[in-house]
Design a protein around this ligand. Structure first.
Ligand code: SAH
Length: 242
């Protein structure tokens, strides 16, 4: 018996890997957050759908496992990559009591890679990914990690940079980065990367980031000492001699 965690990529179905499409096609039941189910509606004819709002992840995974144990072919979908702030780890935990139930993860293009491609090539050297959501990780831990990666001059990719409840988190994150990086550090952000609604990209400096117009559909990239702007694109120079 097998249950799948499938990454849908950033949004547009043409940026989903063919294997993800095949797995979804082969399934009887597709489980996921309503917004992501909507992204793949054209693949879902005749399938049973279990879709719920954002905070019901545990219930969703338990329902998926129950369906799989009943003999159904089931996949749980996440945006981007299912193993990066996605449902894959939760699915492993939900399936843990049933050793006969194998979990398979089908990877997808994560928001960091999608946003980077639109901005230029800002992740060409060492980088860190940090989510500013404190639903699962205490804010003190997030702060400590931000401070550590900024002190190491790593390029830093921020997921979940702002929500209605957490309207000042990006401002706080920028202030932490400014402890170690100059205010002129090149940064960028992309909203709705590769979504059919169209994406918006913007370059700015670290000094400007605190007031940047970002929301929960935006990925932010804070550059490092090697991050330059080349013809309007954000590029982390790797140190090749030209
Ligand atoms: N599993 C997903 C990440 C889920 S966390 C992945 O691998 O991409 C949700 C966060 O991802 C959002 O708050 C946003 O920061 C980022 N994100 C997801 N899709 C995005 C998109 N199309 N454009 C920009 N950022 C996106």
């Amino acid at each position: 018996m097998k249950i799948y965690a499938v990454g849908l990529g950033p949004g547009d179905v043409s940026y989903m890997i063919p294997e993800a499409r095949e797995v979804i096609r082969s399934c009887d039941t597709v489980v996921g957050y309503t917004v992501y189910i909507d992204l793949i509606s054209d693949l879902l004819a005749g399938k049973e759908l279990i879709s719920t709002g954002m905070t019901a992840e545990v219930e969703r995974c338990e329902a998926a496992v129950a369906e799989a144990l009943r003999g159904k072919q089931v996949c749980v979908v996440s945006s981007g990559d299912a193993g990066i702030y996605g449902m894959a780890s939760l699915l492993y935990e939900a399936a843990e009591p049933y050793p006969a139930l194998e979990v398979e993860v089908v990877p997808g293009i994560t928001a960091a890679a999608a946003a980077a491609a639109i901005l230029g090539s800002p992740l060409s050297n060492d980088f860190a990914v940090i989510s500013l959501s404190d639903l699962m990780t205490p804010w003190e831990v997030i702060e400590r990690r931000l401070d550590a990666v900024s002190a190491a001059d790593m390029v830093t990719c921020l997921y979940n940079p702002r929500s209605k409840k957490r309207c000042d988190y990006l401002e706080k994150a920028a202030a932490i980065a400014l402890r170690h990086k100059p205010p002129t550090t090149n940064c960028g952000y992309v909203r709705n990367a590769f979504r059919d609604t169209g994406s918006e990209a913007c370059l700015c400096t670290l000094a400007d980031l605190a007031t940047a117009d970002v929301d929960m559909f935006t990925t932010v990239i804070i550059g490092n000492a090697d991050t330059r702007v080349i013809h309007g694109k954000l590029v982390c120079a790797r140190g090749y001699r030209l």
